[in-house]
Design a binder for this molecule. Structure first.
Ligand code: ZN
Length: 527
């Protein structure tokens, strides 16, 4: 028994080395790799990915997982009734169950999760897998071109292929399940479309009247913010913000990339990137806070989970809830800036001339806009609802690809009251569908909804967040999140986390309450 467990741990350690190398190669490709090094780096990534895929589908690995799992029922002994008829099998069954029970909880969950993944991947024919990978790579390139040219027709044939192959891909993995449900579950374990329908509808119903009231109040005057801001100084602002929220520099690093992202090499090395714009210092500030939130999660996972499935948090909604908690729930309130606003003025002198109130209105300028990634925290929700409805049209209604741009534009008009002038600012704006990441979008909004609930729980336990922040005690909030959420890694599903931290199931109401309270204070209307 111990023998198999030891072998299994050794095997996991080996697989983790491949992950480590791959993560580092991706990091390098996205940050420092020069143009002429891209091909070599891509080749190395392909090589290590193939090796990693082989390791994760090897018979030897499957055997270990089966031995360690209680699902190891001998072939002739498919049920308890069979067991009682065949004493030799009964003994083997009992021994297998005992082995599984002997594993600690971390290992039991690891075996369970990896066995599920192993069996899913094992069902995918190798030729299909490589064909699918190639189609996605080509589709990503076509999308980049199509986006630049704002011409959907350049992307349409690729998208069609990616959609049909993604359906096929998930059908290999879970032949008896609805493909879109499998995709949702892949990005947020345990989540299903019935739950998402319920909470998105609840949210939509509450958001549309709120947005109307905000729009009627008019937009703030933001001319004081306009200007040119030194990039080196913006980098110092990023360092200041990361330290302020609790990012551990001894267990992380920063770099620049085209799009900001966070990468977890291991618990002791979680890195963030940022992208700077001379004309818009606020964008980099909030990217820093957002990615910092992801990183604080990764840095504070219990070190005992190293080399196990619990170290990897693949629940994107839960992860996003942590980055958005810092970015929106904390970062977009005036009290967050009270202890550091003078410091911001020292690093970027233009802010000395901008009153904190004006800055606060600038970072909460709610108005319908075309681009999701530039949207404020309120209209952002509607951008996600639109994408979710589009994905259901693609996967459930089989809407033809050439009808998708029109559908997108109609939904944009229905939800946000604006219509894209071209597909570049419409359906082509996000890269997610070009690489088959259907089912990913809802996790952004689920994260925000979890945040409404976490905020409610936090204030119930610790009192007003504004008071805590104004008094410069943000580390107490980070400690609360560490204790309640981060340290468990992926031990609990999001639904379990909500039960443990908030004592209830998912609801959109706390997020709506937060929006209503906040914007009634910022704008002049009654809720
Ligand atoms: Zn994020």
């Amino acid at each position: 028994m111990n023998n198999t467990l030891d072998q299994f741990k050794e095997y996991l350690h080996k697989m983790r080395q491949y992950d480590h190398v791959l993560t580092l190669l991706y990091w390098d490709l996205s940050t420092l790799a020069p143009e002429k090094g891209v091909e070599a780096r891509t080749n190395a990534i392909n090589y290590f990915s193939t090796e990693a895929f082989r390791l994760s589908t090897a018979d030897e690995y499957g055997k270990m997982l089966h031995t360690l799992s209680e699902m190891e029922v001998p072939p002739r002994c498919a049920s308890a009734a069979d067991c009682s008829r065949d004493s030799e099998n009964a003994l083997r069954c009992a021994a297998a169950a005992e082995q599984f029970d002997a594993l600690d909880e971390t290992m039991q969950l690891t075996v369970k999760r990896y066995l599920r993944d192993y069996e899913r991947f094992k069902r995918i024919p190798e030729e299909f897998y490589s064909a699918y990978t190639e189609v996605k790579t080509r589709s990503e390139r076509a999308w980049e071109k199509a986006k630049r040219a704002a011409d959907f027709s350049l992307f349409a044939p690729h998208l069609e292929k990616v959609i049909s192959m993604t359906k096929e891909y998930v059908q290999y993995m879970e032949p008896d399940e609805d493909p879109y449900e499998v995709l949702l579950d892949m990005y947020e374990e345990g989540m299903d479309s019935a739950t998402i329908d319920r909470v998105f509808d609840e949210l939509k119903e509450g958001l549309l009247p709120l947005l109307k009231k905000i729009e009627e109040s008019g937009r703030p005057d933001l001319s004081a913010i306009k200007g040119t801001y030194d990039i080196q100084a913006q980098k110092k602002v990023q360092d200041m913000l990361l330290s302020y929220i609790g990012f551990n520099k001894d267990a992380g690093a920063t770099a620049e990339s085209e799009h900001p992202f966070t990468t977890d090499l291991c618990i002791g090395d979680v890195r963030v990137t940022n992208h700077y714009n001379e004309k818009d210092p606020i964008s980099a500030m909030f990217s820093a806070i957002h990615e910092g939130g992801h990183a604080i999660f990764g840095q504070n996972i219990d070190p005992a989970y190293e080399d196990t499935a619990l170290e990897q948090v693949n629940m994107m909604g839960l992860h996003e809830s942590q980055s958005r908690f810092y970015e929106n729930i904390l970062g977009r309130r005036i009290s967050f800036w009270v202890p550091i606003y003078d410091k911001l003025g020292e690093l970027l002198p233009q802010f000395k001339e901008i009153p904190l109130d004006t800055f606060c209105r600038a970072i909460n300028d709610v108005h319908p806009s075309m681009i999701r990634t530039e949207a404020d925290e309120v209209t952002y929700c509607l951008h996600i609802i639109l994408r979710y409805e589009m994905e259901k049209a693609i996967f459930r209604d089989n809407t033809p690809v050439d009808e998708l741009p029109q559908l997108w534009n109609d939904k944009m008009e229905e939800l946000l009251g604006i219509r894209p002038k071209n597909d570049g600012e419409g359906i082509l704006q996000d890269m997610h569908w070009s690489d088959g990441s259907f089912g990913y979008f809802p996790s952004y909004l689920l994260g925000s909804m979890y945040d409404g609930m976490f905020l409610e729980a936090l204030e119930k336990e610790k009192g007003s967040v504004d008071t805590i922040l104004e008094e410069g005690r943000i580390s107490e909030i980070t400690a609360w999140l560490n204790e309640k959420i981060h340290r468990y890694g992926s031990r609990y599903t999001s639904a379990e986390v909500l039960q443990r931290v908030c004592g209830k199931e998912l609801s959109a109401q706390p997020l709506l309450d937060y929006f209503n309270r906040k914007y009634a204070g910022l704008y002049t209307f009654n809720i």
